[in-house]
Every structure is written in structure tokens, then in C-alpha cells.
Design a binder for this molecule. Structure first.
Ligand code: FAQ
Length: 332
């Protein structure tokens, strides 16, 4: 892991050094930092970066599955999918609210997304080609998301940790509904449906492993974020845990994970797995994934189409604030 270097805003005064000493002590004893507490500027910026990327991921992440709401095969599957996609929207809102406690506005965060300057998870730049993709997103993508997010429930920044507790409960339902949908297709479906599931697994497996971020040796922020208790486990540790947990689930489903090198290593007590195509990861991050343009355009369009709702809500709030203000003024 690369070291993140010194805090760019180094304390100048004795008072600030004392604040930093207390901050470090609290982190070292596993304590939490609240929004009103003093924090180093680099810690605040790291959190704004991570939480806003996470929020954008949830909102952009509504699009691949949202694509299938009108084509869900049964009323039950449609109701489940609607609930799931709405949950993702809610997660985005909790997370934008958590980022706002760090002194940045939601408009600023969304503006950065719409101008293409903010990141969101690489996984949402892949297309959903069949109904099986919806099940595989639940099983693998939500499965990877939970693996990464459970340790974030103990993140040192308390407002983020609190948001994550609720999000993880809902992600757990998301993962199960995906697995159950795939199990139904694999056990009760036709050969064509089983092939469709396998094809979806083949396409989503490697991008799911990329969700955990670059290898620890290339992680820009990992070491510092671990030091601060923002991240509790490294990218590679979480990826390994995910592979180990998923192999048995794939066996139960009766699908093959598309990796000839995947094998139990008794010495390590973990599964070995093949090399991830980090060039593909970098291409997707650089804006050249299969759906980057489509995803961003959909978010910008939704923002523009929603302008009248924001204006109406502001006009409504202003009208309601008016009598209260007049009453205060006439009482003076
Ligand atoms: N995609 O130094 P590191 C979900 C960037 S939620 C895009 O290792 P860090 C729910 C990274 O930002 C999924 N960019 O970074 C759902 C940094 O760029 P920067 C989202 C990535 O922060 C399910 C650079 O690479 N979850 O799926 C990715 O220490 C289904 C260097 O990386 C979260 O956001 C990537 N995969 O570790 C919704 C969880 N990986 O900022 C709908 C919170 C890395 O310097 C449907 N986030 N990068 O320009 C985290 O845990 C961390 O931010 C990591 C990255 C682990 C993602």
C-alpha cells in the first residue's frame, strides 16, 4: 500500500497541535468522530470523497436494474425490484445527508457528478442484457457491496457509520432476493433460463471483483484511511473474503464461476483466484466502459427534468415561511 503522506493542512498553532493530538488519541482508542468535533482537513476531505462517491454509486446504481422494472416476469418480481430500486435511492439520500454534515452541499456534490468530475462505482457502467442480470446484480453486486459495507458500520466518522447500519440491513435483503431469483431459475427453469443465468454470471463475476478497488499495492488512499479507521479492512482483504464466501453459494446455485484458476488453497486457508484485468478497470474509471456515457446522460436528464419539482418545492416552502415571518415582524 502506498503511504498517503503527511496531512496537507499541518497544524500550525499549539492549540491546533493539541486538537490533533486529541483527535489521534480518539482514533487510536477506536472512538468515533461526530460532525461537530474538530477534525484534520485531510480527514474531512477523504470522507467527503468516499461518502459522495458512495452516494453517487447508489443513485447511478438504480439505472441498470431500473431498466428491467417494466419487463419483470411476474407481479411478485416486479414488486421486489421496485422496492429494491427505491431502497437504492434512499441509500443515496442518507449518504448525501452524511456528506452534508462535513460542510459540503448536495448541489455541489451533484454538480460534480453531472459535470463528470465525480466517481461512482465502476460496476454500474456495465449493461443489464437479460432478466438474469437482475438476479446476478442482487447476488454478486449487492453481495460485494455488503462485504465492503459491513466494516463501514464501524467507520470512525459516526454519521457515516450510522447511515451504513441501516443501509446494510437493506442490502442484505437485496442480496437474498437476487440469490433466490437465480435459484428459482436454476432449479425450476428451462435449460434456456439456466444458460441465461450462467451467461450473466460470466459477465458480472470479474467486474464484481473490481468493485473492491485496486490491489492494496496500488491503493492511493487505503493506508491513510485504515490509519484513521475510515476503512477497517483493505481492498484485497475484502475481495478475498468475498471470493471465499461466494464459491459455496455458486455451488448451491449450480453455476460455474468463470475462473479456471479458482481453487482452494489449504495452506492459505483461502481460495486462490485468477488475475483481474486492471486495464479494463482503469478504462471504465477513465470513462470508457460499456455504459459510462449512457449512465451519466440519464442522471443529467433526470436532474434537468426534475427542475420544476425543485422550483415548486422552494415556492411552497417560501409561501409557508411568509406568514410565520409576517407574524414575527408584526409582534415586534
Ligand atoms: N469504482 O485508493 P483507493 C453498491 C477509485 S454501492 C470506481 O483504493 P479508496 C450498492 C477510488 O475512488 C458501491 N472508482 O480508494 C448497490 C480512488 O479514486 P480517487 C459503492 C473506484 O476510497 C448495489 C482510486 O480508485 N460502494 O454497490 C473503485 O480507499 C446494487 C484509488 O482507489 C462504496 O462506494 C471502483 N470500484 O477505496 C447499488 C463503498 N475502486 O477518489 C445499486 C464505500 C476504487 O482518488 C445496486 N467506498 N476506485 O479519484 C469504499 O469502501 C472505498 O471508497 C473503495 C475504494 C473500497 C471503493
Amino acid at each position: 500500500m502506498q503511504t498517503a503522506g503527511p496531512d496537507p493542512i499541518s497544524p500550525v498553532s499549539e492549540a491546533e497541535q493539541e486538537l490533533l493530538r486529541r483527535f489521534d488519541a480518539r482514533i487510536d482508542e477506536g472512538g468515533f468522530i461526530e460532525a461537530k468535533d474538530w477534525m484534520p482537513e485531510h480527514y474531512r476531505k477523504t470522507l467527503v470523497r468516499q461518502i459522495s462517491q458512495h452516494a453517487h454509486s447508489e443513485i447511478v446504481g438504480m439505472l441498470p436494474e431500473g431498466n428491467w422494472i417494466t419487463r419483470a416476469p411476474t407481479l411478485k418480481r416486479k414488486a421486489i425490484l421496485l422496492a429494491k430500486v427505491q431502497d437504492e435511492g434512499g441509500h443515496g439520500l442518507y449518504l448525501y445527508a452524511a456528506a452534508e454534515t462535513l460542510g459540503i452541499s448536495r448541489d455541489e456534490l451533484l454538480d460534480a457528478l453531472h459535470r463528470g468530475q465525480a466517481k461512482y462505482s465502476s460496476i454500474f457502467n456495465y449493461p443489464t442484457l437479460s432478466w438474469a442480470d437482475v438476479g446476478v446484480i442482487g447476488w454478486l453486486v449487492d453481495g460485494a457491496a455488503i462485504m465492503n459495507q459491513v466494516p463501514l458500520c464501524r467507520c470512525s466518522y459516526a454519521p457515516y457509520a450510522r447511515a451504513m447500519v441501516r443501509i446494510c440491513r437493506e442490502e442484505s435483503f437485496h442480496q437474498r432476493q437476487g440469490f433466490e431469483s437465480l435459484l428459482t431459475m436454476m432449479r425450476d427453469g428451462t435449460q434456456a433460463q439456466r444458460d441465461m443465468v450462467q451467461h450473466a454470471v460470466d459477465r458480472w463475476w470479474w467486474p464484481s471483483l473490481m468493485m473492491f478497488g485496486p490491489p492494496d499495492s496500488d491503493s492511493t488512499h487505503g493506508a491513510q484511511s485504515m490509519r484513521w479507521g475510515i476503512k477497517r479492512m483493505s481492498n484485497d482483504e475484502l475481495r478475498q473474503k468475498f471470493v471465499d464466501a461466494t464459491v459455496e453459494q455458486a455451488r448451491v446455485l449450480g453455476v460455474t464461476l468463470p475462473d479456471a484458476e479458482l481453487a482452494w488453497n489449504a495452506e492459505r486457508g483461502h481460495h486462490d483466484f485468477g488475475a483481474i484485468d486492471w486495464d479494463e478497470f482503469r478504462r471504465v474509471l477513465g470513462g470508457d466502459g460499456p455504459c459510462n456515457h449512457e449512465r451519466l446522460a440519464a442522471r443529467v436528464r433526470a436532474w434537468e427534468d426534475g427542475a420544476w419539482v425543485r422550483e415548486a418545492a422552494q415556492a411552497h416552502a417560501a409561501r409557508h415561511a411568509e406568514p410565520a415571518r409576517s407574524a414575527t415582524e408584526s409582534a415586534r
